[in-house]
Design a protein around this ligand. Structure first.
Ligand SMILES: [Mn+2]
Length: 392
């Protein structure tokens, strides 16, 4: 994988907090909340937390890039202070060296002019005087996070590349007799091998009837001939999530009915993608006449029929879009109109219990000044292309 120096530094990040982008984000937040005192606590991790590696709180990571536990941030109109826990020999014997206030070079390492021991926090908060309007800060931070910087879009691109490779690997391996967890395992192996930290969410590998469950993550079923396999799987690399779904035929060829329904979902997805542009609403109910949700619903409801001759709109049972960034369902005001620089999913689906079939196709798009760019376009979604790649 080739990447520019800055991005390489950010990728599999450690000690990247000094990147000026983080300071620029703090400046932007200070401007958005000029009156307030902003306090954020980073995630904690005890030495007894053995199940998962340290995972920074996303807002804290967004503002600091800091990846060690127990930190705190204070921003007021003229200062920004990073508070760090003191050195703890026992803890560092267990976890490896950790930074503390007073270390040589700590300002360069953190990107903060002022780094203090966490024990100084109360005193500094008192000195800052005014109280933050918590809601205002949250809203301002959410608004900042909704628009991705060029560096963030590059990082999301890394997550997408790794995720696409995982999906293609799954297509080439899937066959009747395999278990869902084996598909999850091979997909995760692809992106972990590329340096990604983790899955952005528990992989959803639903074969046959399990495709009906939106967040099915048990992965325990054996795939049978003639079934569909729904794979909603995305990597998290350098903190950024990918979120991609494809639905493929286990045997490598869609049946005529599977193909009919697949093409309807794909058609709905294409009409939503064509409708994405600044000013458009994502929408989540029928209350908004012009929204991405409505575009998807209208398409699905006017194409095809169920086994009783009824329209298919009733089988579209979730939202069509959400923001993606540091979190797979990223901080967002879902009612805010789209704007250039936002990254969202487009994921219509049909879930028909009577036919034991769930089909979802999910791509990630970047809102541009007059439309959108499909960031995940390198992963085919036409039925014929999927069948060609699966041909064996
Ligand atoms: Mn999604």
């Amino acid at each position: 994988m080739v990447c520019a120096a800055l991005l390489c530094a950010l990728f599999r990040a450690s000690g990247v907090a000094a990147d000026p982008e983080y300071r620029a984000r703090r400046d932007a937040l200070r401007k958005a909340v000029p009156e307030g005192v902003i306090v954020l606590s980073g995630a904690m991790q005890g030495i007894e937390d053995l199940r998962s590696p340290f995972f920074q709180e996303p807002n804290f990571y967004y503002l600091t890039g800091w990846l060690e536990p127990g930190a705190r941030l204070l921003i007021d109109h003229h200062r920004e202070i990073l508070f760090l826990p003191p050195h703890d020999a026992q803890r560092e014997r267990a976890m490896g060296p950790l930074a503390a206030a007073g270390d040589p070079g700590i300002n360069e390492k953190t990107g903060f002019d002022t780094v203090l021991l966490i024990g100084r926090f109360d005193e500094e908060l008192h000195a800052a005087g005014a109280r933050a309007k918590a809601q205002t800060v949250q809203n301002a931070l959410t608004r900042l996070r909704m628009t991705k910087s060029p560096a963030e879009i590059e990082l999301i691109g890394h997550s997408i590349d790794a995720t696409i490779a995982a999906h293609v690997a799954a297509w080439k391996s899937a066959r009747a007799g395999m278990y869902e967890y084996q598909i999850a395992a091979l997909m995760m192996a692809v992106y972990l091998d590329r340096g990604c930290e983790r899955s952005a969410y528990a992989p959803i590998i639903g074969s046959g009837p399990n495709g009906l469950f939106l967040h099915y993550n048990r992965g325990s079923r054996r795939m049978e001939h003639g079934e569909l396999l729904l794979m909603d799987v995305g990597a998290e690399c350098a903190g950024y999530a990918a979120d991609v779904t494809r639905t493929i035929p286990v045997d490598g060829r869609f049946t005529p009915r599977q193909r009919e329904l697949y093409d309807i979902v794909l058609g709905a997805q294409k009409s939503v993608i064509a409708a994405v542009k600044p000013g458009m609403a994502i929408g989540r109910t029928h209350s908004q006449p012009s929204s991405l949700y409505q575009v998807a619903y209208d398409y699905l409801d006017t194409h095809g029929r169920d086994l009783h001759g009824e329209p298919l709109g009733q089988y579209f049972i979730h939202g069509v879009s959400h923001h993606i960034g540091l979190e797979v369902h990223d901080a967002s005001d879902i009612d805010a109109p789209l704007a250039e620089g936002m990254v969202i999913s487009v994921e219509p689906g049909l879930y028909i219990p009577e036919e034991q079939m769930g089909i979802r196709i999910e791509d990630m798009v970047l809102v541009t000044h007059n439309g959108c760019r499909v960031l995940t376009a390198a992963l085919p979604r036409e039925a014929a292309d999927i069948e060609r790649i699966m041909a064996r």
